[in-house]
Design a protein around this ligand. Structure first.
Ligand SMILES: [Zn+2]
Length: 255
């Protein structure tokens, strides 16, 4: 039985083919947890690696042994090579030997590769927090962003530590709790560890600039067919504020 067969083939058959149930089956370090939501004609599964990571892979790739772990094994191997070469270099070995230059390059390559893998895993693991970080940077730096006039355009900046590194942001703020957004305590202050908190919509409503909306404004916004960006410009609030008003996450008491 093949698992990478395109669905249109199975659909043309009289009986639709059910993907084989792999739940609980283990190949290498990977154990099948559940069928992933279908994004293509191929069957993808969510796998748990022995290291605890969860990742999606095509069933066929795992069953054929092309993939045997979430990537942690290779990352670990690269990290070990990097550590070994680093130790050699610190002991002063290899400096004048023929392979010195090559091993220096190998060290750099292995180190950067292991580092990239580590950051990529961190981003996969903290998708929501990553989205907050990306949006924060976009609001402050991308002039094409709808909220730019209220952020970057007003001189609001992201501190250097966070601008450069998602990991630093995650370390300082912790993962974003469900139903929370990134909030600045001082609305004219920058995005810095001191000025930021994860806030629920309710907390944020009290702090943010859309307090300046009146009840009449809120009614007008809800009745309007203008775009969110146009409304935000007109009332001098963020697009997020308009979104919160129109979806009744804020100003709930206004009919
Ligand atoms: Zn793993």
């Amino acid at each position: 039985m093949r698992f990478d067969r395109p669905q249109w083939v199975t659909e043309s058959a009289c009986v639709p083919r059910q993907p084989l149930d792999l739940t609980g089956q283990t190949y290498g370090q990977l154990t099948a947890l559940r069928l992933a939501p279908s994004q293509s004609h191929h069957t993808r599964w969510v796998w748990r690696c022995a290291c605890g990571n969860e990742r999606e892979f095509f069933a066929s790739n795992v069953r054929q042994g092309d993939v045997t772990s979430c990537g942690c094994v290779a990352a670990k191997r690269h990290a070990e090579v990097a550590a070994k070469l680093q130790a050699q270099r610190e002991r002063g070995e290899d400096i004048r030997r023929h392979g010195a230059i090559r091993s220096q390059k190998a060290l750099e390559r292995a180190t950067s590769w292991a580092e990239k893998r580590r950051i990529a895993a961190l981003k996969r693991q903290h998708k929501h927090t990553l989205e907050s970080w990306r949006q924060m940077r976009a609001r402050c730096t991308q002039q094409s962003h709808g909220d730019y006039p209220n952020y970057g355009g007003r001189g609001i900046r992201v501190c250097e530590r966070w601008r450069e590194s998602f990991e630093a942001f995650l370390q300082d703020m912790g993962p974003r709790p469900d139903g929370h957004t990134l909030d600045r305590k001082d609305n004219d202050g920058d995005y810095t560890p001191e000025n930021c908190q994860w806030a629920t919509y309710t907390t944020q409503n009290r702090n943010s600039r859309h307090c300046k909306l009146t009840v009449d404004d809120v009614r007008a916004i809800r009745g309007s067919t203008e775009s969110r960006a146009a409304l935000a410009r007109h009332y001098g609030v963020t697009e997020t504020a308009i979104y919160l008003v129109t979806t009744r996450r804020s100003w709930r008491d206004v009919a």
